[in-house]
Design a protein around this ligand. Structure first.
Ligand SMILES: [Zn+2]
Ligand SMILES: [Zn+2]
Length: 148
């Protein structure tokens, strides 16, 4: 989703709110992560004393597999991000977003921010009992006779 930021740069105090969804079809490239529904993206751009700030919240639900017991579960996440939007950049800086042709792609920014936050390890709960090493039953749901 492209947002034109020309007016934001020109008018101090200017604010632009946005809200959109990133459909599942655009999330296919995130290999290894299964989104249960489209990502919700909402936030605003604000020109404060000539500095344009982008602030947004990303909400999404991941279908994850517990590393210990292999149960599948849906888990909700919400992250907030903030960037300064500039016209050009002299040095590389991840905090800054460069608005080429006065445009920023908000979905692209959100996804690259998101990628850095996605959890690599997952447990259904901190005290998940996991699987029995002998019979493979899920010890959270049932008890077996293999152990002590
Ligand atoms: Zn588990
Ligand atoms: Zn067992």
């Amino acid at each position: 989703m492209n947002i034109n930021v020309k007016q934001l740069f020109n008018i101090i105090g200017e604010k632009k709110e946005f809200e959109c969804q990133i459909p599942l079809s655009e999330l296919d490239f995130l290999k290894g992560f299964k989104f249960a529904k489209p990502i919700c993206l909402c936030g605003f751009l604000f020109n404060r004393a000539g500095i344009v700030t982008l602030k947004f919240t990303v909400r999404f639900t991941l279908t994850v597999v517990c590393d210990r017991c292999l149960d599948e579960l849906d888990r909700d996440y919400s992250y907030e991000f903030e960037h300064t939007v500039v016209h050009s950049l002299e040095n590389d800086n991840d905090e800054y977003i460069v608005a080429e042709n006065d445009t920023i792609d908000i979905a692209e920014i959100a996804l690259s921010d998101l990628l850095l936050q996605l959890p690599s390890k997952m447990l259904c709960s901190e005290d998940c009992l996991g699987l029995c090493t002998k019979c493979g039953c899920n010890l959270n749901h049932s008890k077996c006779e293999c152990g002590e």
